[in-house]
Ligand binder design. Structure first.
Ligand code: SF4
Length: 238
């Protein structure tokens, strides 16, 4: 088995509830989605990665680990595109490097998510709103079903789990409310550690008023909602 990796580096976690932690980023190559705000366009094509045997990939990852690293993020691109390799690398990172593993996925395929889950400690479940244009409109319902299933698997397996939703000027309060209804209806809300609204960076940024309206929508269900921008962009670091 070979694995396409775009980059491996240590930096500061710039998103979500683990913001500020020293993190090893393992960026897998390739993603089947096309969010208009994607900030890693160089990692979308499988062809842009460098290909490694599993032993080479482990050696690369091991060589990039620095002291006091809090966790290792499997990110992308979309790591589940190479789920077999990610499972093996996550096992290596957790069992041999003794680091917490964190999966950062669009959750587009719940069966692949379930396959890697035994070796993942922390799950960021991302829900793509329709204004992300991540997939064709006709496929958005299927994406949502997979995201909800991934959330269920993560919560039921007792993983540290939080939700992230990127919001833009076009994000509709009704769609967010509908999403929260589905999460609560499934009884999954109690199992999450946080709910992050992440304002899109650059084109399409929501206004403060809009962000507060979305915050209020989530707050009714999850008082632990936070609006957190991508701090690594603010700091100018990768
Ligand atoms: S899922 Fe992530 S990597 Fe893929 S297009 Fe969207 S933002 Fe980019």
């Amino acid at each position: 088995m070979r694995v396409g990796i775009s980059e491996v580096f240590t930096s500061i976690e710039g998103e979500g509830i683990y913001l500020g932690t020293k993190t090893l980023f393992i960026r897998l190559a390739g993603c089947p989605l096309r969010c208009f705000y994607c900030d890693t366009p160089y990692a979308l094509s499988m062809g842009n990665g460098r290909y490694y045997s599993m032993d080479e990939a482990k050696a690369l990852i091991g060589s990039r680990v620095k002291g006091n690293t809090f966790k290792a993020n499997f990110t992308g691109g979309e790591p589940l595109l190479q789920h077999e390799a990610v499972r093996e690398l996550a096992r290596y990172v957790r069992d041999e490097l003794r680091l917490k593993t964190y999966l950062e996925s669009s959750c587009y395929d719940a069966s692949r998510f379930a396959y890697v889950l035994p070796y993942i400690d922390i799950c960021k479940i991302e829900f793509k709103l329709s204004d992300a244009h991540a997939v064709m409109d006709s496929h958005h319902g299927r994406l949502l079903e997979n995201e909800l299933l991934c959330l269920r698997y993560a919560v039921e397996h007792g993983k540290a789990t939080y939700i992230k939703v990127v919001v833009t000027a076009q994000s509709r309060r009704e769609e967010v409310e509908e999403l929260l209804g589905m999460i609560s209806g499934d009884g999954l809300g109690k199992g999450i550690e946080g709910f992050v609204l992440q304002p899109v960076n650059g084109t399409g940024e929501p206004t403060l008023e809009h962000m507060l309206a979305l915050y209020d929508t989530v707050y009714k269900y999850h008082p632990n909602v936070r609006i957190i921008p991508q701090m690594h962009k603010v700091m100018g670091i990768p």
